[in-house]
Write a protein that binds this ligand. Structure first.
Ligand code: XIL
Length: 333
């Protein structure tokens, strides 16, 4: 069985908290050297994209679990853990979802998706990111909610619906909120932390189960970690009875010097600042990076990069050699 909450010795070393990474389907089936890194180092293997709407339900009502099952079976066969990412997100949607036009249609689609996927994996996928990135990029400018097709058609209630349906479909699963920009210093980040706490209270006020918050951890070396602010956030969550995970560490390193050694050291020390602040407050339920090697990272596709110098966001380099970032993470887990 898959697990999400306990440290596991599967990767050969007793850890304080489980360490894992997200795995994309294509490299999983095509690149056995890369996949071997997961076998060697990961207690938890998370399908990166295979449990998103566009992977599961490209055509309306026609569910395909092939990719997700491939990765989850792999993890299970190695006696490793996993968790599900994600039920509600503004992105990763098949085109038909964006054409929904009434409240009734949106609610029906949301309920059908969560019921079908949640119950298919019930008892097997131990935790779900029920809501991913529902907080506004800058709540000071636009209020606390991020725009999405769900928000436009259902308002904030879409999050309540998602949590209610997830609890029904997967009654044993840990149910989570996952979001980014929760660890930095500045008014916008204070507002984002507050929005998450408000969202937790909103769910609790409605009697909905919310177990943990996923702090993604997409880091920018030029944006300082708020040691106090992150610590207080984790403590405030704990006071509400809510735990936390670190779910998507990588370093968006495009402003770092091109010199590779310097670059990797700076990225590693930033990850250290982040983990130091988080672990000083309380250890998370797990620590995961968003991929394992610079050979495959969304940062190189989605973010600006230095002309002629590839991004180096992850713990292993393109040749699958560990970087200083890996040693830093291993100090904490
Ligand atoms: C990204 C994947 O890494 C890409 O492969 C995909 O094309 C887009 O999504 N925050 C999240 C993740 O919660 O789901 C995103 O993953 C990265 C940002």
């Amino acid at each position: 069985t898959l697990f999400a909450g306990a440290a596991h010795a599967g990767a050969g070393k007793k850890r304080r908290v489980p360490f894992g990474a997200a795995l994309e389907y294509l490299p999983f089936i095509e690149d056995s050297d890369y996949t071997a890194l997961f076998v060697q180092h990961c207690d938890i293997i998370v399908p990166m994209n295979s449990l998103k709407w566009d992977a599961l339900q490209w055509n309306r009502g026609d569910f395909t679990f092939l990719e997700a099952d491939g990765i989850l079976n792999f993890s299970e066969s190695l006696e490793r853990g996993s968790y599900g990412h994600t039920f509600v997100w503004w992105n990763g949607l098949p085109p038909w979802v964006e054409t929904l036009s009434t409240r009734k249609e949106a609610e029906a689609a949301l309920i059908e998706h969560i019921q079908t996927v949640g119950s298919y994996y019930s008892g097997r996928v131990p935790a779900w990111d029920v809501a991913n990135e529902v907080v506004a990029h800058d709540p000071l400018e636009s209020g606390m909610w991020r725009d999405s097709v769900w928000m436009r058609l259902l308002g904030a209630e879409h999050v309540d619906i998602a949590f209610a349906e997830a609890a029904k479909a997967a009654p044993d699963a840990e149910l989570n909120i996952n979001d980014y920009d929760l660890e930095f210093k500045g008014a916008r980040y204070d507002a984002r932390r507050k929005a998450i706490l408000d969202l937790v209270r909103r769910l609790q006020d409605r009697g909905l189960k919310i177990d943990a918050v996923g702090i993604q951890g997409h880091l920018y070396p030029e944006v300082p970690i708020d040691f106090e602010g992150l610590g207080r956030f984790i403590t405030d969550l704990a006071a509400l009875g809510v735990d936390y995970r670190i779910t998507e560490i990588d370093v968006i390193d495009w402003k770092l010097p091109v010199d590779i050694e310097l670059r990797d050291e700076r990225a590693a020390s930033h990850v250290n600042d982040f983990l130091d602040a988080a672990f000083s407050a309380a250890p998370p339920l797990s620590v995961a990076t968003w991929g394992l090697s610079d050979r495959y990272s969304w940062i190189s596709d989605a973010m600006p990069h230095r002309r002629g110098a590839r991004n180096r966001p992850l713990p292993f380099d393109e040749n699958l050699k560990p970087k200083p970032m890996f040693d830093v993470i291993m100090k904490y887990v």
